[in-house]
Design a protein around this ligand. Structure first.
Ligand SMILES: C[S@@+](CC[C@H](N)C(=O)[O-])C[C@H]1O[C@@H](n2cnc3c(N)ncnc32)[C@H](O)[C@@H]1O
Length: 307
């Protein structure tokens, strides 16, 4: 079960009220969604989106017998199609939207798709998955590792992982796959281990963290998706509506920060959190995943006609 991060803060900043309309663009196990639903009853509705069809199926099952069953719409799609999904479901002009980025604990621990370097699994790393996959032609981690050129691998590891040993890791991947294709997470971990100095193997952050992050971002095109999702999220907010974004690494946070700045300069939004909100010590102790979480919130301005 995924523990929602910064739950109290999200509820405080989005301030959901009875009768309102909200979108959870990354609904997953419904942790934040449930807290929002609790506050928009009676009369309110929540549209939950997730790229992972397995998670949407599970959540539909969970909700069907709950008190929220008539107040939640769940859609398996990417928030890249946010505006279209919102319009189709009568959700253009909403009171708030949440993006809680990246993967959930379920992906790490149960999905069996190679998201975690601590489990020996097939290298897949797609959020859109199986029969319910939105984009069936999407690359897998195995294809990225075995087909991308040395230069492309270096770029990905540097850009998406900020990995200082990008060149030596990419070189070893290319060398290893000449002998036989790299198919599993543990094979990749072994390659990384042999590409980095001894001290790096013993540092506080596991030596495979950055490579795994980089490959996952590449497989799911996460940074481009985020830019597009944020743009559409602001567009469908009604005046006074709020957008909240929880990010887990500096790349996502930078995109959010810059996007908010540009939109604030254009007079489209007002930034509510001058500095990002992090988790308190008590939450981090209970949920180590919260350690790197950063929440940024902005509010849609009144723009003449859309009052
Ligand atoms: C950190 S989890 C969200 C957790 C959720 N807020 C909760 O508390 O239960 C992020 C979710 O975003 C989903 N996701 C990733 N990229 C997406 C995209 N482009 N569109 C929609 N969902 C996406 C993942 O499948 C994952 O379930």
């Amino acid at each position: 079960m995924h523990t929602p991060v910064l739950l109290k803060e999200v509820v405080e900043y989005l301030a959901p009220k009875p009768g309102q309309k909200f979108i959870d663009a990354t609904v997953d196990g419904g942790g934040h969604a449930e807290a929002v639903l609790e506050r928009i009853l009676p009369g309110g509705t929540l549209l939950g989106i997730d790229l992972d069809g397995e998670l949407i199926t599970r959540l539909k099952f969970k909700i069907q017998d709950s008190k929220f069953k008539n107040n939640a719409i769940l859609i398996n799609d990417s928030y890249v199609n946010l505006k279209k999904i919102a319009e189709e479901n009568d959700f253009a002009g909403i009171d708030g939207i949440l993006f809680d980025l990246g993967m959930s604990s379920w992906h790490m621990e149960e999905a069996g798709r190679g998201f975690s370097f601590q489990r020996d699994e097939r290298l897949d790393m797609r959020f859109a998955y199986g029969q319910l996959a939105v984009n069936k032609k999407q690359l897998t981690a195995e294809e990225v590792i075995n087909k991308y050129s040395y230069d492309e691998l270096v770029r990905i590891l540097k850009e998406y992982g900020e990995e200082r040993f990008a060149k030596s890791i990419a070189a070893r991947i290319v060398k290893a796959r000449r002998e036989k294709p790299v198919k599993t997470t543990f094979e990749l971990v072994e390659i990384i281990k042999n590409s980095v100095p001894f001290w790096y193997r013993r540092s506080r952050i596991h030596f495979a963290t950055r490579t795994f992050q980089a490959i996952r971002i590449a497989v799911n095109d996460e940074l481009e998706n985020l830019k597009s999702g944020l743009e559409q999220g602001v567009e469908i907010l009604k005046a006074g509506g709020r957008i909240a974004v929880i990010s887990f690494h500096s790349l996502e946070d930078r995109i959010t920060k810059n996007f908010f700045r540009v939109k604030a300069k254009e007079g489209v939004i007002k930034i509510i959190t001058k500095k990002p909100i992090g988790a308190g010590l008590a939450e981090v102790v209970q949920n180590p995943r919260a350690r790197s979480a950063k929440l940024r919130v902005a509010e849609r301005e009144y723009l003449g006609l859309d009052k």
